[in-house]
Design a protein around this ligand. Sequence first.
Ligand code: MIC
Ligand code: SF4
Length: 641
Amino acid sequence: MASIAYQLLNDHLLEGELRQGEEIKIKIDQTLTQDSTGTMVYLQLEAMDIDTISTELSVAYIDHNMLQTGFENPDDHQFIQSAAEKYGLVFSKPGGGICHQVHLEQFARPGKTLVGSDSHTPTAGGIGSLAIGAGGLDVAVAMASGFYYLKVPKILNIRLSGKLPVGVNAKDVILTILGKKTVKGGTGYIVEYSGEGVKSLSVTDRATICNMGAELGATTSIFPSDEVTEAFMRRHGREEQFVPIHATDDAHYDEVMDLDLSTVVPSVAKPHLPDQYAPIDSLGKVKVDQVAIGSCTNSSYTDMMKVAHILKGRKVHEDVSLVISPGSATILGALSENGALATMIQSGARVLESACGPCIGMGQAPKSGATSLRSFNRNFKGRSGTKDAKIYLASPETCAASAIKGYIASPSELEGLDEIKEPDHYDHATNYLIYPKPKDERPSETIMGPNIKPFPVAEPVEDKISKKILLKAGDNVTTDDICPSTAKLLPFRSNIPKLSEYAFSTLVDDFKERAEKNHGGIVVGGDNYGQGSSREHAALLPLYLGVEAIVAKSFARIHRSNLINMGILPLVFKNPDDYDRIMEGDEITLSNVKASIESGEFIMHTPAGDVELIGDFSAREKDMLYEGGYLNYTKNRRDVE
Ligand code: MIC
Ligand code: SF4
């Protein structure tokens, strides 16, 4: 009768009907935050005026803003730690590891719901958890109230058969899927995996595949919970938390795709999108300057050991800088005990701490015009910290082989490709975790350093909006375009005024000036506007700069919710060709906005004539827009008590 996704949605259903496209309210068992979005989450939680959380488990990780070149990042860490103490959260100290990897090892559970303020939260789908990435405010509400709203997605079933050849990684599987479906192919879907090929994939392989479901635009991805899951949980000392979960034979799927794992080959995503799939054989000799291995996609113990086997007794090419960041302190500890760390160091690799690091441009920016090959999940322009760098994505095995060869090389060009045997038991690095104190011993205040500034809150929507089109952008605008995040800017995630100077700066140099000169305005985009990160900063910066509506051909899921949460109208062209009639600099008017929100039909008066727009809002979303965003909505209803 039911897919895994629908079983879990049904088990957690609080309001609404499980009918595709309908908004439902579900119970949330767990939340996670990381530091780059977390400061805003805890500022919002503070604004909700609660004293304890409603989830079974909430964890606050520090893994993104790890460079401490000034007081800003450590101040943010301290604020988050103090919020964790005040509200009764588990706090994972800097050095403990990347949130998704640590969560998979120590906390994620089959059958549980998880909402996280990071778009790669679906990584936990690898263990059979229904794990969804969301904007910070949604996560704050989930913590405060224990619930989350979502539109019931369609289900895409990917049936796996066969087994991956040695030297081919789960990363090659998801790159293959991305090549076929593109970065917007998963929008509106949960991707559910099944078939006899599933049992040949470890939980961390499954997690790699679920992780990059975010790049498909999917709401989440999920695998069954089976004997492989049980063995994983036993190795992590959590076998009592195992529950089996399978789809029933007559499960309904909206779309089905078949993939034979034995046909998957070592591959890359070429610059600058994760769907730019190419088999390595088709590339010719692409010289690499930098190779980076790690990230929440590919930093498991097994991935690290595959890398160590390839590096053993070999030397990193003299023109290549190889950097490796193991995903968690638990893994780093295991690698140091079994000698793999020494192998990596002897090969000439630079070993970094367990954190996001170069994935988010937190150090290791490539040199000008460099080619950098990374085992990460995103290769958006500028994300590495170097605007003209060319980033390729590949598996850890391909990365290691390429670091030796000096060009993008298939792992089969080198020997050392063994199956990896996992330890029977992982020794968790629990000393990085701080567990909450009993309620009456918790502090009543958080600690805020001078970098933490108040965040903007929207006004109720105006009935007439007459504004200029400040920017007309193309397809697939990323949240890295709207709110760039490099080592220089990440320290200002809790300082919106400062961050707003860089709004849209990968696209234009003067967005803030344009917005100030025109007292706010409208932004126009193409398809899949706001893809990528869950950062609500990509809505907060436009809000702060007076942007009242974004008009696009289509929106990425999390960003669309973030815009509504911040009281900004996300409107879609009824006829996508009308995009061509709008020019940057046009003065436009939206009248009868309130009635249009109700009906879902908007008319935008433009110099080229009237353009029809659609705003397909749920009843709750309409109220949020009328009332000036989710925070006002929540406060108005005391919904969190
Ligand atoms: C990312 O991979 O883009 C990030 C950085 O982890 C973001 C979160 C953020 O912007 O802080 C994400 O994926 O949501
Ligand atoms: Fe961190 Fe990169 Fe994963 Fe985002 S994608 S959570 S920056 S490792």
